[in-house]
Design a protein around this ligand. Structure first.
Ligand code: GLY
Length: 356
Protein backbone atom coordinates (compact mmCIF):
# COMPACT_ATOMS: atom_id res chain seq x y z
CA UNK A 1 0.00 0.00 0.00
CA UNK A 2 1.32 3.44 -0.84
CA UNK A 3 1.99 5.82 2.02
CA UNK A 4 2.29 8.65 -0.48
CA UNK A 5 -1.04 8.42 -2.15
CA UNK A 6 -3.92 6.11 -2.86
CA UNK A 7 -4.23 7.46 -6.40
CA UNK A 8 -1.73 8.04 -9.18
CA UNK A 9 -1.47 11.74 -8.25
CA UNK A 10 0.68 12.15 -5.21
CA UNK A 11 -0.94 13.93 -2.34
CA UNK A 12 1.08 17.06 -1.57
CA UNK A 13 0.13 17.28 2.09
CA UNK A 14 0.88 16.29 4.72
CA UNK A 15 4.64 16.07 4.42
CA UNK A 16 7.03 13.23 4.03
CA UNK A 17 9.79 13.81 6.60
CA UNK A 18 13.39 12.74 6.03
CA UNK A 19 15.69 12.71 9.06
CA UNK A 20 19.25 13.59 8.08
CA UNK A 21 20.54 16.04 5.47
CA UNK A 22 23.49 14.00 4.34
CA UNK A 23 23.80 12.80 0.76
CA UNK A 24 21.42 9.88 1.32
CA UNK A 25 18.76 12.03 3.00
CA UNK A 26 18.91 14.83 0.42
CA UNK A 27 18.93 12.39 -2.51
CA UNK A 28 15.76 10.79 -1.09
CA UNK A 29 14.22 14.22 -0.52
CA UNK A 30 14.92 15.29 -4.11
CA UNK A 31 13.54 12.06 -5.56
CA UNK A 32 10.34 12.32 -3.50
CA UNK A 33 9.99 15.98 -4.42
CA UNK A 34 10.39 15.12 -8.12
CA UNK A 35 7.62 12.52 -7.74
CA UNK A 36 5.32 15.21 -6.40
CA UNK A 37 5.58 14.89 -2.61
CA UNK A 38 5.91 17.74 -0.14
CA UNK A 39 9.13 16.98 1.73
CA UNK A 40 10.66 18.28 4.94
CA UNK A 41 14.23 17.36 5.89
CA UNK A 42 15.19 17.57 9.56
CA UNK A 43 18.91 17.75 10.32
CA UNK A 44 20.31 17.98 13.85
CA UNK A 45 23.49 19.72 12.63
CA UNK A 46 24.43 21.25 9.29
CA UNK A 47 23.65 19.68 5.92
CA UNK A 48 26.27 17.44 4.28
CA UNK A 49 28.81 18.11 7.01
CA UNK A 50 29.69 14.55 8.06
CA UNK A 51 30.39 11.37 6.04
CA UNK A 52 29.01 12.98 2.86
CA UNK A 53 31.99 15.34 2.66
CA UNK A 54 34.54 13.13 4.44
CA UNK A 55 34.29 10.43 1.76
CA UNK A 56 36.79 10.00 -1.08
CA UNK A 57 33.99 9.77 -3.65
CA UNK A 58 34.80 6.48 -5.38
CA UNK A 59 31.82 4.88 -7.10
CA UNK A 60 33.32 1.47 -6.35
CA UNK A 61 30.69 -0.65 -8.07
CA UNK A 62 32.91 -3.58 -8.97
CA UNK A 63 35.23 -3.65 -5.93
CA UNK A 64 35.88 -7.39 -5.46
CA UNK A 65 36.09 -6.84 -1.70
CA UNK A 66 32.53 -5.50 -1.51
CA UNK A 67 29.80 -7.84 -0.33
CA UNK A 68 28.22 -9.49 -3.43
CA UNK A 69 24.72 -8.57 -2.18
CA UNK A 70 25.60 -4.93 -2.95
CA UNK A 71 26.32 -5.50 -6.64
CA UNK A 72 22.84 -4.86 -8.13
CA UNK A 73 22.09 -1.85 -5.94
CA UNK A 74 25.55 -0.46 -6.76
CA UNK A 75 25.11 -1.00 -10.50
CA UNK A 76 21.69 0.65 -10.45
CA UNK A 77 23.19 3.61 -8.62
CA UNK A 78 26.14 3.95 -10.98
CA UNK A 79 23.73 3.85 -13.94
CA UNK A 80 21.60 6.49 -12.27
CA UNK A 81 24.48 8.85 -11.40
CA UNK A 82 24.54 10.81 -14.70
CA UNK A 83 20.79 11.51 -14.36
CA UNK A 84 21.24 12.46 -10.68
CA UNK A 85 24.07 14.89 -11.55
CA UNK A 86 22.11 16.33 -14.51
CA UNK A 87 19.12 17.00 -12.25
CA UNK A 88 21.37 18.74 -9.73
CA UNK A 89 22.89 20.86 -12.50
CA UNK A 90 19.47 21.69 -13.96
CA UNK A 91 18.32 23.01 -10.56
CA UNK A 92 21.54 24.59 -9.27
CA UNK A 93 23.38 25.55 -12.44
CA UNK A 94 26.43 23.76 -10.99
CA UNK A 95 28.03 20.92 -12.94
CA UNK A 96 29.73 18.20 -10.90
CA UNK A 97 32.28 16.40 -13.07
CA UNK A 98 33.57 12.88 -12.65
CA UNK A 99 37.17 13.04 -11.51
CA UNK A 100 38.32 9.63 -12.76
CA UNK A 101 36.93 6.97 -15.08
CA UNK A 102 39.00 3.90 -14.20
CA UNK A 103 40.31 2.05 -11.15
CA UNK A 104 43.37 -0.16 -10.96
CA UNK A 105 42.40 -2.84 -8.44
CA UNK A 106 45.25 -4.71 -6.72
CA UNK A 107 44.36 -8.27 -5.74
CA UNK A 108 45.73 -10.29 -2.82
CA UNK A 109 47.75 -12.56 -5.16
CA UNK A 110 49.66 -9.56 -6.57
CA UNK A 111 47.66 -9.37 -9.82
CA UNK A 112 45.89 -6.17 -10.90
CA UNK A 113 42.69 -5.60 -12.82
CA UNK A 114 41.35 -2.47 -14.50
CA UNK A 115 37.78 -1.53 -13.61
CA UNK A 116 35.58 0.93 -15.50
CA UNK A 117 34.50 2.94 -12.46
CA UNK A 118 34.08 6.64 -11.79
CA UNK A 119 34.91 8.85 -8.84
CA UNK A 120 33.77 12.35 -8.01
CA UNK A 121 34.67 14.97 -5.43
CA UNK A 122 32.04 14.96 -2.66
CA UNK A 123 33.12 18.50 -1.78
CA UNK A 124 31.98 19.56 -5.25
CA UNK A 125 28.82 17.48 -5.06
CA UNK A 126 27.75 18.80 -1.64
CA UNK A 127 27.38 22.53 -2.47
CA UNK A 128 25.75 21.70 -5.81
CA UNK A 129 23.20 19.37 -4.19
CA UNK A 130 22.46 21.83 -1.42
CA UNK A 131 21.97 24.66 -3.93
CA UNK A 132 19.71 22.36 -5.99
CA UNK A 133 17.57 21.44 -2.97
CA UNK A 134 17.26 25.11 -2.02
CA UNK A 135 15.72 25.94 -5.41
CA UNK A 136 12.87 23.51 -4.71
CA UNK A 137 9.99 23.52 -2.25
CA UNK A 138 11.82 21.01 -0.04
CA UNK A 139 11.81 22.44 3.48
CA UNK A 140 15.25 22.02 5.06
CA UNK A 141 15.34 22.45 8.84
CA UNK A 142 18.94 22.47 10.11
CA UNK A 143 19.99 22.53 13.79
CA UNK A 144 16.60 20.97 14.51
CA UNK A 145 15.80 18.05 16.82
CA UNK A 146 12.80 15.76 17.04
CA UNK A 147 11.20 15.25 20.47
CA UNK A 148 8.62 12.56 19.64
CA UNK A 149 7.19 10.59 16.73
CA UNK A 150 3.66 9.25 17.25
CA UNK A 151 1.37 7.19 15.07
CA UNK A 152 -1.56 9.13 13.62
CA UNK A 153 -4.37 8.30 11.22
CA UNK A 154 -2.50 10.05 8.38
CA UNK A 155 0.83 8.34 9.27
CA UNK A 156 2.92 10.00 11.98
CA UNK A 157 2.97 13.21 13.98
CA UNK A 158 6.50 14.51 14.44
CA UNK A 159 6.93 16.90 17.35
CA UNK A 160 10.09 19.00 17.28
CA UNK A 161 11.82 20.14 20.48
CA UNK A 162 10.52 23.62 19.56
CA UNK A 163 6.98 22.13 20.05
CA UNK A 164 6.13 22.51 16.35
CA UNK A 165 4.25 19.41 15.14
CA UNK A 166 4.62 18.18 11.54
CA UNK A 167 1.79 15.96 10.33
CA UNK A 168 3.42 13.48 8.02
CA UNK A 169 2.52 10.41 6.01
CA UNK A 170 5.92 8.88 6.65
CA UNK A 171 9.27 9.44 8.32
CA UNK A 172 12.50 8.12 6.83
CA UNK A 173 15.51 7.82 9.10
CA UNK A 174 18.62 8.57 7.02
CA UNK A 175 20.93 9.97 9.67
CA UNK A 176 24.03 7.93 8.80
CA UNK A 177 26.14 6.99 11.81
CA UNK A 178 23.64 8.84 14.03
CA UNK A 179 20.60 6.81 12.92
CA UNK A 180 20.73 4.44 15.91
CA UNK A 181 21.13 7.29 18.37
CA UNK A 182 18.18 9.17 16.88
CA UNK A 183 15.89 6.12 16.83
CA UNK A 184 16.92 4.97 20.31
CA UNK A 185 16.14 8.46 21.62
CA UNK A 186 12.67 8.43 20.05
CA UNK A 187 11.58 4.84 20.58
CA UNK A 188 14.11 3.24 22.93
CA UNK A 189 14.91 0.67 20.25
CA UNK A 190 18.40 -0.61 19.56
CA UNK A 191 19.18 -0.27 15.86
CA UNK A 192 22.21 -2.09 14.51
CA UNK A 193 24.10 0.87 13.07
CA UNK A 194 27.35 2.12 14.61
CA UNK A 195 30.05 4.57 13.53
CA UNK A 196 33.24 3.27 11.88
CA UNK A 197 35.89 5.96 11.77
CA UNK A 198 37.98 6.54 8.65
CA UNK A 199 41.06 8.74 8.69
CA UNK A 200 42.28 10.11 5.39
CA UNK A 201 44.95 12.44 4.04
CA UNK A 202 45.23 14.54 0.92
CA UNK A 203 48.65 15.12 -0.61
CA UNK A 204 50.06 17.02 -3.53
CA UNK A 205 50.70 14.71 -6.49
CA UNK A 206 54.38 13.98 -7.01
CA UNK A 207 55.61 15.98 -10.05
CA UNK A 208 56.63 12.78 -11.87
CA UNK A 209 53.17 11.22 -11.55
CA UNK A 210 50.31 12.26 -13.88
CA UNK A 211 47.76 10.09 -12.06
CA UNK A 212 44.37 9.87 -13.83
CA UNK A 213 42.88 6.75 -12.23
CA UNK A 214 42.13 5.39 -8.77
CA UNK A 215 44.57 2.80 -7.39
CA UNK A 216 43.02 0.51 -4.77
CA UNK A 217 43.90 -2.58 -2.75
CA UNK A 218 41.90 -4.12 0.06
CA UNK A 219 43.91 -2.01 2.56
CA UNK A 220 44.23 1.39 0.89
CA UNK A 221 43.10 3.60 -1.98
CA UNK A 222 44.66 6.52 -3.81
CA UNK A 223 42.10 8.81 -5.44
CA UNK A 224 43.45 11.60 -7.66
CA UNK A 225 41.57 14.84 -8.11
CA UNK A 226 41.82 15.86 -11.76
CA UNK A 227 39.32 18.75 -11.93
CA UNK A 228 38.22 21.64 -9.74
CA UNK A 229 39.86 23.23 -6.71
CA UNK A 230 41.60 20.02 -5.58
CA UNK A 231 43.13 19.17 -8.99
CA UNK A 232 46.76 18.10 -8.72
CA UNK A 233 46.25 16.38 -5.37
CA UNK A 234 45.30 12.84 -4.32
CA UNK A 235 43.45 11.39 -1.37
CA UNK A 236 44.94 8.44 0.49
CA UNK A 237 42.52 6.50 2.67
CA UNK A 238 41.33 5.15 4.89
CA UNK A 239 41.50 3.60 8.33
CA UNK A 240 38.55 1.56 9.62
CA UNK A 241 38.19 2.02 13.37
CA UNK A 242 35.61 1.11 15.97
CA UNK A 243 36.09 4.11 18.27
CA UNK A 244 32.59 5.50 18.62
CA UNK A 245 32.03 9.09 17.55
CA UNK A 246 35.71 10.04 17.90
CA UNK A 247 37.16 11.85 14.88
CA UNK A 248 40.72 12.41 16.10
CA UNK A 249 43.41 12.26 13.42
CA UNK A 250 46.70 10.64 14.45
CA UNK A 251 49.98 11.37 12.68
CA UNK A 252 51.12 7.74 13.02
CA UNK A 253 47.93 6.49 11.32
CA UNK A 254 48.42 8.92 8.44
CA UNK A 255 52.00 7.61 8.15
CA UNK A 256 50.61 4.06 8.01
CA UNK A 257 48.25 5.02 5.18
CA UNK A 258 51.07 6.71 3.25
CA UNK A 259 53.23 3.56 3.64
CA UNK A 260 50.38 1.38 2.30
CA UNK A 261 49.91 3.78 -0.64
CA UNK A 262 53.64 3.59 -1.38
CA UNK A 263 53.31 -0.19 -1.70
CA UNK A 264 51.04 0.49 -4.70
CA UNK A 265 52.79 3.60 -6.05
CA UNK A 266 56.24 4.24 -4.49
CA UNK A 267 56.10 7.95 -5.53
CA UNK A 268 53.85 8.57 -2.50
CA UNK A 269 56.44 7.47 0.05
CA UNK A 270 58.30 10.76 0.31
CA UNK A 271 56.68 13.65 2.16
CA UNK A 272 58.90 15.97 0.13
CA UNK A 273 57.62 14.63 -3.21
CA UNK A 274 53.99 14.25 -2.05
CA UNK A 275 53.53 16.83 0.73
CA UNK A 276 50.52 16.70 3.04
CA UNK A 277 47.75 19.18 2.15
CA UNK A 278 45.16 18.22 4.78
CA UNK A 279 43.85 15.32 6.84
CA UNK A 280 40.53 14.47 8.48
CA UNK A 281 38.35 11.67 9.79
CA UNK A 282 34.75 10.76 9.03
CA UNK A 283 32.22 8.34 10.48
CA UNK A 284 30.73 5.63 8.27
CA UNK A 285 27.42 4.07 9.34
CA UNK A 286 28.17 0.34 9.71
CA UNK A 287 25.82 -2.58 10.30
CA UNK A 288 26.92 -6.01 11.61
CA UNK A 289 26.90 -7.50 8.07
CA UNK A 290 28.16 -4.29 6.40
CA UNK A 291 25.03 -4.07 4.24
CA UNK A 292 22.66 -1.10 4.35
CA UNK A 293 19.28 -1.12 6.07
CA UNK A 294 16.58 -0.13 3.58
CA UNK A 295 12.88 -0.47 4.15
CA UNK A 296 9.91 -0.18 6.44
CA UNK A 297 10.00 -0.62 10.20
CA UNK A 298 7.15 -2.39 11.94
CA UNK A 299 5.97 0.99 13.21
CA UNK A 300 3.42 2.52 10.85
CA UNK A 301 4.84 5.07 8.44
CA UNK A 302 8.46 4.66 9.55
CA UNK A 303 11.34 3.71 7.24
CA UNK A 304 15.12 3.35 7.50
CA UNK A 305 17.64 4.25 4.78
CA UNK A 306 21.02 4.01 6.44
CA UNK A 307 24.01 1.77 7.15
CA UNK A 308 25.66 2.36 3.77
CA UNK A 309 29.06 1.93 5.44
CA UNK A 310 31.82 2.48 2.81
CA UNK A 311 29.52 3.03 -0.19
CA UNK A 312 27.19 5.88 0.72
CA UNK A 313 28.29 8.20 -2.09
CA UNK A 314 27.86 5.42 -4.64
CA UNK A 315 24.53 4.17 -3.35
CA UNK A 316 22.70 7.47 -2.81
CA UNK A 317 20.83 7.67 -6.15
CA UNK A 318 19.65 4.03 -6.04
CA UNK A 319 18.68 4.34 -2.38
CA UNK A 320 16.52 7.34 -3.29
CA UNK A 321 14.79 5.32 -6.03
CA UNK A 322 14.22 2.32 -3.78
CA UNK A 323 12.81 4.35 -0.88
CA UNK A 324 10.57 6.43 -3.15
CA UNK A 325 9.29 3.22 -4.78
CA UNK A 326 8.52 1.72 -1.36
CA UNK A 327 6.66 4.85 -0.31
CA UNK A 328 4.65 4.72 -3.51
CA UNK A 329 3.81 1.09 -2.82
CA UNK A 330 5.80 -0.14 -5.83
CA UNK A 331 8.28 -3.00 -5.89
CA UNK A 332 11.82 -1.56 -6.16
CA UNK A 333 13.64 -2.42 -9.39
CA UNK A 334 16.35 -4.31 -7.46
CA UNK A 335 15.91 -7.00 -4.85
CA UNK A 336 16.40 -5.39 -1.44
CA UNK A 337 15.61 -8.43 0.72
CA UNK A 338 19.26 -8.58 1.92
CA UNK A 339 18.82 -5.06 3.33
CA UNK A 340 15.71 -5.73 5.41
CA UNK A 341 15.40 -3.71 8.66
CA UNK A 342 14.29 -6.88 10.45
CA UNK A 343 17.20 -9.12 9.54
CA UNK A 344 19.07 -8.80 12.84
CA UNK A 345 16.17 -9.71 15.09
CA UNK A 346 13.31 -12.09 15.51
CA UNK A 347 11.58 -9.55 17.73
CA UNK A 348 10.44 -7.12 15.07
CA UNK A 349 11.54 -5.13 12.07
CA UNK A 350 13.46 -2.42 13.85
CA UNK A 351 14.08 -3.91 17.30
CA UNK A 352 17.48 -5.14 16.29
CA UNK A 353 20.58 -5.90 18.31
CA UNK A 354 23.30 -3.28 18.65
CA UNK A 355 26.44 -3.83 16.60
CA UNK A 356 29.05 -6.03 18.32
N1 GLY B 1 34.41 4.89 0.83
C1 GLY B 1 35.69 4.46 1.22
C2 GLY B 1 35.87 4.32 2.66
O1 GLY B 1 34.94 4.09 3.37
O2 GLY B 1 36.97 4.41 3.13
Amino acid sequence: MSVLSSSSNLDLAPDIVVVGAGLIGLAIALELHDRGAAVTVIEHGRSLSEASTAAAGMLAVEDPYNRPELRLLSRLSAERYPTFLRRIEELSGIAVPFQTEATVQYLADGATMRLAEHSLDPRQLAPALLAAVKTTSIRLLEETRIATVEEATHGVDIRLTSAVVIASRAIIYAAGAWTAEVMAGLHGDAVAIAPRKGQMLRVRLPAALALREVHRSEQVYIVPRTRGPQAGTALIGATVEDTGFDTTVRTEDLGGLRALAAELLPEFESETDAPLVESWAGLRPATPDFLPILGACTRTGQFIASGHYRNGILQAPATALVIADLLEGKAPTVDISAFSPGRFSSRGEHRIRPIQ
